[in-house]
Design a protein around this ligand. Structure first.
Ligand SMILES: Cc1cc2nc3c(=O)[nH]c(=O)nc-3n(C[C@H](O)[C@H](O)[C@H](O)COP(=O)(O)O)c2cc1C
Length: 190
């Protein structure tokens, strides 16, 4: 079984991409894998903006990345790309910080016009960090995610509801990621 780091890249407290991430990690855990969820917005902003590699919270987040066999990254589309918050954290990770890991990129966005943001903006970054396999990602339009109600202690606890128009394609993408986890496990055993 794999250990997966789920990275939420939205700066928003109430976040649709975090809801999407939760939906996907629920599936991943139901298949017997373990999941550790990191909200980048919870890291100290000054350390992120000043590239403070020595900050204890930043170091801890990167240790959690190192421990993971695989990563799910969820981001909002911002300016036809992914969030600057997520980039600020990825910039602090080692050059080859995804070496040997499977990665599933996910996004939510307001428009299909930027459906390729995952492939044109995020995928090259993940690939440059030597991910073993960046599987097919998926962008869910924000109107296909039920508005997450403010809940305590975090929106990751919100009930998840993905619209039926988006769910089948999302499920297919998640299955592809789960297959890559199984292939990784088989490789370790062999
Ligand atoms: C600053 C900002 C820039 C955005 N830029 C885009 C964009 O270029 N293309 C797009 O489709 N949606 C854009 N959106 C809409 C968000 O991607 C969308 O609402 C997303 O679901 C927000 O995710 P979150 O709730 O996890 O933060 C933008 C939203 C904000 C706040």
């Amino acid at each position: 079984m794999a250990h997966v780091l789920a990275v939420s890249g939205s700066p928003m407290e109430i976040s649709r991409s975090a809801v999407l991430l939760r939906h996907v990690t629920d599936i991943v855990t139901s298949r017997g894998h373990t999941v550790d969820t990191l909200r980048v917005r919870d890291l100290p902003a000054e350390a992120l903006l000043h590239a403070d590699f020595a900050d204890p919270a930043i170091r801890d987040s990167l240790a959690r990345l190192e421990r993971a066999d695989a990563v799910v990254v969820a981001t909002p589309v911002y300016k036809a790309a992914f969030s600057g918050l997520l980039k600020s954290w990825l910039d602090l990770a080692p050059q080859f910080g995804l070496r040997g890991k499977s990665v599933l990129p996910l996004a939510t966005g307001g428009s299909v016009a930027h459906a390729l943001a995952l492939d044109y903006a995020l995928r090259p970054v993940l690939t440059s960090m030597e991910a073993r396999h960046v599987v097919n990602g998926f962008l869910v339009l924000d109107r296909f995610i039920e508005s997450p109600a403010p809940v305590e202690p975090s929106p990751l606890e919100a009930p998840v509801n993905i619209h039926a128009d988006a769910a089948p394609a999302l499920t297919k993408v998640v299955e592809g990621f789960l297959e890559s986890l199984d292939m990784g496990a088989a490789r370790v055993v062999a």
